[in-house]
Design a protein around this ligand. Structure first.
Ligand SMILES: Cc1cc2nc3c(=O)[nH]c(=O)nc-3n(C[C@H](O)[C@H](O)[C@H](O)COP(=O)(O)O)c2cc1C
Length: 300
């Protein structure tokens, strides 16, 4: 049973996503427990926390320095940073502030532009690249247009060619089915982000509801990340217990970012990490690999 009190519009995937997260309850396991280690390794790099920034764009209006300031906050929290849509110059600034960054490229219809951006991300020093495949269509089921640039859905063959285009690990953002996850694996993708991009599809299934199926289907072949309403340390704990290697925090960090810039981001990620550590300590998980999905319960 899902806790549905807060759902105002059932077609809005965000309401179900929050309600689903809040419906997952946790038992305590205290005997033999200890202060846990929250560090994790992603694409060969070690981080203090599995909490990462979401792939953002257009943050200039919220705080001076925009995405570069966001990246600085991630670096200060020893967290992995993701970068969304933006220019080559902006990406260089982001990488200057936080070299541990994954660059997400839009599914531009102009595939030469996609290739150009893939190459630039590699040369500029990103640790991985990827694509938000969920931004192909608009609310009318037509090709989306973002800042005057037309998007187009990606075929499996095209995905294979993008993966082959770069020596970097390739991440697909916006996977919300076992079918797409298996196609990503077939294409040689290194990681997937289970996400509905804060409500890209009406009635979108909560990422945590489908995460265990996806994680089981792809096995150890790809890293599985998750976002959408992962707002707290407890949300992070539930996501990791259900099969995610790490999570991205999106809209929840933006208030603190807007008020306090990089310091706000650092403090928010640290607070989420503290909350995660508390959940791990009180469920007997000494490190991230020891988090046991058996501690989770759902309302009946
Ligand atoms: C201001 C803003 C800008 C975003 N820009 C991008 C982008 O350029 N590329 C992308 O893949 N996702 C983008 N996203 C989506 C986020 O990466 C994330 O998938 C989404 O917000 C869901 O996470 P949340 O519920 O924690 O916000 C953006 C989100 C926000 C709020």
């Amino acid at each position: 049973m899902i806790y549905t009190n807060k759902i105002e519009n059932p077609a809005d995937a965000n309401g179900w996503t929050r309600a689903y997260l809040d419906s997952i309850l946790v038992e305590m396991r205290l005997l033999d427990s200890c202060v846990p280690d929250t560090s994790c390794t992603i694409f060969g790099r070690k981080f203090a926390t599995p909490v990462m920034t979401a792939a953002f764009s257009h943050l200039d209006r919220m705080h001076e320095g925009g995405m570069i300031t966001m990246a600085q906050g991630a670096a200060e929290a020893h967290a992995l940073n993701w970068a969304g849509m933006g220019s080559a110059e902006e990406l260089e600034g982001i990488l200057g502030a936080c070299p541990e960054t994954i660059k997400i490229i839009k599914p531009y219809m102009d595939r030469d532009l996609v290739r150009e951006k893939l190459q630039h991300a590699y040369k500029a020093g990103a640790i991985a690249v990827g694509m938000d495949i969920d931004h192909s269509f608009n609310r009318k089921g037509q090709h989306d247009v973002v800042l005057g640039m037309e998007m187009a859905p990606v075929s499996l063959d095209e995905l294979k060619s993008f993966v082959a285009e770069t020596p970097l690990p390739f991440v697909v953002k916006g996977v919300l089915s076992v079918q797409d996850a298996l196609k990503c694996r077939e294409a040689g993708v290194s990681g997937i982000l289970v996400s509905h991009h804060h409500g890209m599809i009406p009635y979108g299934v909560p990422p945590l509801m489908i995460l265990p199926e996806i994680a089981k289907a792809v096995g150890a072949d790809m890293d599985v990340f998750v976002d959408c309403h992962i707002d707290t340390g407890a949300d992070t704990f539930k996501a990791l217990a259900l099969g995610a290697k790490a999570v991205c925090v999106g809209r929840a960090v933006l208030d603190d970012f807007g008020k306090n810039g990089a310091e706000g981001v650092r403090a928010y990620i640290n607070a989420m990490t503290d909350g995660l550590r508390e959940m791990m300590a009180k469920t007997g998980a000494a490190d991230l690999a020891s988090i046991d999905p058996g501690v989770l319960h759902t309302l009946v």
